[in-house]
Design a protein around this ligand. Structure first.
Ligand SMILES: C[S@@+](CC[C@H](N)C(=O)[O-])C[C@H]1O[C@@H](n2cnc3c(N)ncnc32)[C@H](O)[C@@H]1O
Length: 296
């Protein structure tokens, strides 16, 4: 247990950010499970009855692999898994979390842009919550590269909550109030913008139609595109807002630690003001996830 905690700390230091608390929330696990359930159903419909090799792109703490295996029929759980991430710390953490679940686990320490896997070597590739970090040109290049690594007829599945339709129009006042409140908090604390940097990739919300075309442009057949809505409560918003890349995308140019604190502390008043109420009277804001299935 202490060892796992140490690895988590190393991952956070190594990456200088912390995504894992958000990935551990019920909301995150539920919506990603729904995406994965849909992907498994598609494979069954297409007559797949077993898998040898699974490539997990941008593994992070291994959440997607865990959920994929939880949703796999028993006979598919023999599949070998290749976990690819540019963070060595993430891979170490994923390994420790997945060793009970996955019999044959291989770690690939590489960016997806530099991935070199043999052609026709895996049955499916899963890319959870990570494609939006790349520029459009890199996305196309990488999706093509994944296609080459897949066996003929293999599947690519990916999802993202950072696309144009992810934030329904009626939820936009929440985001505006959160950023306005955060900027006020920074001003009140005398924190100034240090640089006006490029828009981070995560802040670019490309439309669903773009992702549908992307897979076709890379030579895949688009099998399915589905959106899943999830009602996210205060704690989940606090965790995602404290994720450094999220805070940096929302408050560009501010020192990152201040941006994180400001974004996290602004969730409470913003969700109180704009949230819908669940049956317990707790406020929530709905976010959408796009899940794409494509066949080589
Ligand atoms: C938001 S986490 C997603 C983790 C996991 N797939 C999930 O869905 O929960 C993003 C992960 O992508 C990795 N990552 C970001 N850009 C990458 C790239 N270009 N190549 C490989 N990994 C990347 C980061 O190191 C991080 O571990």
């Amino acid at each position: 247990m202490q060892e796992l905690q140490k690895m988590k700390e190393e991952y956070i230091e190594d990456e200088d950010y912390n995504y894992e608390p958000f990935a551990d929330t019920e909301e995150y696990k539920r919506v990603n499970s729904e995406c994965i359930n849909n992907w498994v159903a598609i494979m069954k419909q297409k007559g797949i009855n077993g898998l040898e090799g699974v490539l997990d792109v941008a593994t992070g703490a291994g959440t997607m692999v865990q959920l994929v295996f939880d949703n796999f029929p028993e006979s598919w759980r023999k599949a070998a898994v290749l976990c690819l991430d540019q963070s060595a710390g993430a891979l170490k953490l994923a390994q420790s979390k997945l060793e009970k679940t996955v019999e044959t686990l291989k770690l690939v320490h590489s960016s997806i842009q530099d991935m070199t896997l043999p052609d026709n070597s895996v049955d499916i590739a899963v890319w959870g919550n990570g494609i939006h970090y790349l520029s459009a040109a890199d996305q196309l290049e990488c999706v093509k590269r994944i296609r080459k690594a897949l066996k003929p007829g293999g599947f690519l599945f990916f999802n993202t909550a950072f696309y144009e339709e992810a934030r329904p129009a009626e939820t936009l006042p929440f985001y505006r109030t959160q950023v306005k409140t955060a900027v006020q908090y920074l001003r009140d604390n005398g924190v100034k913008r240090v640089k006006s940097d490029e828009k981070t990739e995560a802040a670019k919300f490309l439309p669903r139609s773009y992702y549908e075309s992307l897979v076709e442009d890379a030579g895949f057949k688009l099998v399915d595109a589905k959106e899943f809505a999830v009602d996210m409560h205060k704690e989940a918003w606090e965790y995602i807002s404290a994720f450094q890349q999220y805070a940096a995308g929302a408050l560009r140019g501010y020192p990152i630690d201040d941006a994180v604190n400001a974004m996290r502390d602004s969730v409470g008043p913003s969700i109180e003001l704009h949230g819908n109420r669940d049956q317990n009277g707790e406020p929530y804001i709905t976010r959408k996830w796009l899940a794409i299935s494509a066949q080589a």
